[in-house]
Design a binder for this molecule. Structure first.
Ligand code: MN
Length: 390
């Protein structure tokens, strides 16, 4: 912390969530770098903005399956960060549902584990957790750096409480969590949780707001993760959204990270005020492009050359007007519409994808076949078989 800041009792922190490291590692190594770059971007920002700590609201990893190359780079980034900052900026995390997935490569995992626990073992981050069955007064144990256990940690004037993803238990646990949070510390209280507030995302399970509301008398800032869409409620509930779009339906979601600055207003009564700034990360561009087939194509080659022509036109402008590096190439979503090819059931999409990837500046491509004559609204471009991956 800056000296002048400590006089003013200002504390800054970053609240990010749902980075989903490991996404795309099997399909597109370049795309999977985007998720690593989000982590790197957050760490760099923490240094330039001189924050005191970083909160990660779960789903730091996308699954238990992680290639060594990815893990090596994650560990290296965290080590570099720790060294560069002389361990002065703590990274405080909780496990989200993706971090503690029960399956790996199709088989059920019997022992609970996560990559976050592994990173904690290397002293690269702090993982908060509780034993939900502990008596209320012991629910949030003070974090012990030796045993690497505990559900609360104090950093200066701030106390951070947190637990792993509680699933369906979360809703019924809230009154206990509320009682377990100390009122007498006189600190700025943050609760780090991995759940969504019902209604913020259509048709996605969440906890109703009225069940969360009683927490407000114990905590100043409810730091959430889980929903990949950004939202804020009532000046005390904050969900930054995911670091990157994890699936195509998320490509137009509002997302980013929050840079929060806490000011202590007076020494009496422990009154705090805080500002929340939304910082948008440099995400990969998503390009939706529709091609209409004006006639019945008889062969695959006809289709490939037709699509090629269209894409040359589409990208010639882009290539002329912008100098794209591989790291800036967009993800292409190609929607095929118009008249159905004769052999549409057997159209080799992989062949088509490979030919496009070879010729055009795109990082990855997905093709949707929507052969209908009627012109429909934008919603129909988004395939209904796309599962929300929150
Ligand atoms: Mn998630």
């Amino acid at each position: 912390m800056l000296k002048s800041d400590s006089k003013n009792q200002k504390v800054r922190f970053i609240h990010a969530s749902d980075i989903h490291l490991g996404t795309g590692q099997y399909q597109s190594p370049i795309r999977s770098d985007d998720f690593l770059n989000v982590l790197k971007g957050i760490l760099d920002l923490a240094i330039t903005k001189k924050v005191k700590f970083i909160l990660l609201g779960g789903d730091v990893f996308s699954s238990l399956d992680l290639l060594p190359e990815q893990l090596t780079r994650i560990v290296r980034n965290l080590k570099d960060f720790k060294e560069k900052t002389h361990n002065s900026i703590k990274i405080i995390t909780i496990e989200g549902n993706h971090d503690i997935r029960k399956y790996s490569r199709g088989a059920r995992i019997l022992r609970r584990q996560s990559w976050l626990r592994f990173l904690q073992e290397l002293d690269l981050l702090i993982l908060l957790d509780i034993n939900p069955d502990a008596p209320t007064e012991n629910l949030f144990q003070t974090y012990d750096y030796k045993t690497k256990r505990g559900g609360k940690i104090r950093i200066g004037n701030v106390t951070i409480y947190g637990s792993s993803y509680l699933g369906r238990k979360a809703e019924e646990m809230l009154p206990k969590i509320r009682t377990g949070i100390s009122q007498s510390d006189g600190t700025f209280n943050i609760l780090l949780q991995h759940f969504g507030i019902k209604g913020q995302m259509k048709n996605v399970p969440g906890i109703p707001f009225y069940k969360v509301r009683p927490l407000q008398d114990r905590i100043n800032y409810l730091a959430l993760g889980h929903y990949h869409l950004q939202y804020k409620i009532g000046g005390w509930i904050f969900n930054p959204g995911s670091g990157e779009a994890v699936s195509s339906v998320e490509s137009n979601y509002k997302r980013g990270i929050f840079l929060v600055e806490i000011n202590k207003e007076s020494d009496k009564g422990n009154k705090f005020s805080f500002d929340v700034r939304n910082i948008t990360l440099k995400n990969r561009e998503h390009l939706w492009y529709t091609i209409y087939f004006p006639q019945i194509f008889q062969t695959e080659n006809e289709i490939i050359s037709f699509i090629n022509e269209k894409l040359i036109k589409k990208f010639s402008n882009d290539i002329e007007n912008r100098i794209l590096t591989p790291s800036q190439n967009p993800i292409l979503y190609l929607v095929l519409r118009g008249i159905k090819p004769l052999f549409s059931g057997n159209l080799d999409l992989k062949l088509l994808q490979d030919s496009i990837l070879k010729k055009f500046p795109v990082v990855s491509i997905r093709i949707y076949e929507k052969y209908v004559e009627k012109i429909k609204t934008l919603e129909t471009y988004i395939p209904n078989n796309n599962i929300l991956n929150i």
